[in-house]
Design a protein around this ligand. Structure first.
Ligand SMILES: [Zn+2]
Length: 88
């Protein structure tokens, strides 16, 4: 007979990420990692129409690129690409 105790509380593990914009699942790469994507959690303040709400979502790279192209003022982009080539 064995008696057990709970050593630690279970920690949720992400098993799937789906882009909220297009509905596409983000497939893990060969190392088991999800591809880089935009992950946002926003706690809205009192003067917003979402007073006190917390909004969370994930957006794939393709939807992110399409989304920022709609900005009236381009997003500020800094840093280097992996191959040091300018983005087209
Ligand atoms: Zn997407």
């Amino acid at each position: 007979m064995r008696k057990t105790i709970e050593v630690c509380k279970s920690v949720p593990e992400t098993v799937e990420i789906i882009c909220n914009a297009c509905g596409k699942p983000l497939a893990r790469n060969g190392h088991g990692y999800f591809p880089d994507h935009l992950e946002i959690t926003k706690h809205w303040g009192y003067d917003s129409p979402f007073d006190g709400e917390i909004h969370s979502f994930d957006v794939c790279v393709e939807c992110y690129e399409a989304g920022i192209k709609k900005f009236a003022i381009p997003a500020e982009i800094s840093g280097k690409t992996l191959d040091n080539q300018p983005r087209t």
